[in-house]
Design a binder for this molecule. Sequence first.
Ligand SMILES: NC(=O)C1=CN([C@@H]2O[C@H](COP(=O)(O)OP(=O)(O)OC[C@H]3O[C@@H](n4cnc5c(N)ncnc54)[C@H](O)[C@@H]3O)[C@@H](O)[C@H]2O)C=CC1
Ligand SMILES: O=C([O-])CC(=O)C(=O)O
Length: 329
Amino acid sequence: MPRTPVTVTVTGAAGQIGYALLFRIASGHLLGPDTPVRLRLLEITPALAAAEGTAMELDDCAFPLLSGIDITDDANTAFDGTSIALLVGARPRTKGMERGDLLEANGGIFKPQGKAINDHAADDVKVLVVGNPANTNALIAQAAAPDVPAERFTAMTRLDHNRALSQLAKKTGAPVDEIRRLTIWGNHSATQYPDIFHAEIAGKNAAETVGDEKWLAEEFIPTVAKRGAAIIEARGASSAASAANAAIDHVHTWVTGTAEGDWTSMAVPSDGSYGVPEGLISSFPVTTAGGSYSIVQGLEINEFSRTRIDASVRELTEEREAVRGLGLI
Ligand SMILES: NC(=O)C1=CN([C@@H]2O[C@H](COP(=O)(O)OP(=O)(O)OC[C@H]3O[C@@H](n4cnc5c(N)ncnc54)[C@H](O)[C@@H]3O)[C@@H](O)[C@H]2O)C=CC1
Ligand SMILES: O=C([O-])CC(=O)C(=O)O
């Protein structure tokens, strides 16, 4: 194995997404077949035993690329030398909990984790926040890490992107790999906006190919935006394997680059593009190359899209105000 292992930290490693994620990281799907990985698993103390069990199973796979596993309940240890930080563990909303309570509880997780990343991670660290509310949790972690370039903090809307690809493929009968340039805008929440106006199916404009604005407004958008809730209703538990798959896709694309002529969706700190207030971690169309990403510029935004992007961005602005009010950023 010629290359030095890359340290990958997964928080909430004993949870359901963690279980679906770790084996794919260890088998090379995150960073490719030539990059050995060292896993650092962060869990709360009561879940350490379960994380140990998962680590035993990882051992039992004898993955050639897995050079070691450390398990800890200490964030400083978990992020020491890490190049890829996958922040999955979060406080779920429980009965009777208000949104403010949820933000505050997550502040107690993401603020210290951001500080630990700031103080201990590798210089090239890339952060993906999966734990909900993902965009605002990423903002909290980022604020606690002033020495890390702000653009390294991202949140996951790739699951929404993949859901949209799949729904559009079903509607049109096109294979998913013929669909390009689809975009998720805004928050990873029910206000998100999956946009097909710039998307192409086999080189033709997707919105024109579909030619059905009623389907777009009444079926496609709500199906994608409310898919998380539909999975919970059907499965009795939230998306796990598909969320893990999207986390792999997000980091893999960030590290290896988007295909020529295509883009993906990532929630990244806004530079003011498309009227999204600077600093909000909002989903945009992005291209990636050489381990960096750029927000796609110059897209024309029609009235239909503008209203929906603005609504989701408004929600993000309110979340930012709420965590500001709580002293979390
Ligand atoms: N952005 C997205 O597209 C998606 C986000 N999610 C979110 O991902 C998160 C994780 O989901 P699951 O794995 O299904 O949840 P889970 O409840 O099965 O696992 C979460 C794990 O995090 C751990 N944890 C809690 N606080 C921690 C801390 N301070 N440090 C380290 N670990 C901690 C818990 O002990 C638990 O093992 C949830 O917030 C969920 O809403 C889920 C699906 C999609
Ligand atoms: O609501 C949840 O916890 C799950 C979620 O984010 C999704 O499936 O998109």
